[in-house]
Design a protein around this ligand. Structure first.
Ligand SMILES: [Zn+2]
Length: 112
């Protein structure tokens, strides 16, 4: 603990402002002095984030199920694989569930 505490002054300073977690928003979010640290500039962005994330997760589930079921032509399987890769690429912008403070793996992020 003491070593970590001593290292803090040498670490990169935490920024006082970060971009809103909604990938489609350019607004900044201020780091509060106390309380829960906000991820989003407001409720509409949090809700849009949740909506987009849920849609991507649902798409990934359908595409994964289709690939697991097998069948189809090579071209069809290739098309599904490409779509799955694209959805997973998009999901990298939505790794933390809004309002839950957890990552996909269930780690607590300490912020909401
Ligand atoms: Zn926003």
């Amino acid at each position: 603990m003491a070593l970590v505490a001593e290292a803090i002054p040498r670490a990169l300073a935490a920024p006082a402002r970060q971009r809103c977690m909604n990938p489609n928003c350019q607004r900044m979010v201020e780091r509060l002095a106390a309380g829960r640290l906000p991820f989003f500039c407001g409720r509409p962005c949090r809700e849009a984030f949740d909506y987009e994330r849920a849609g991507l997760l649902a798409d990934v589930a359908v595409l994964e199920a289709a690939l697991s079921a097998g069948g189809g032509t090579y071209a069809q399987r290739r098309a599904v694989t490409v779509e799955l890769s694209t959805r997973r690429w998009c999901l990298h912008r939505y790794m933390v569930a809004a309002g839950h403070g957890h990552t996909e793996r269930g780690d607590v992020t300490g912020a909401e």
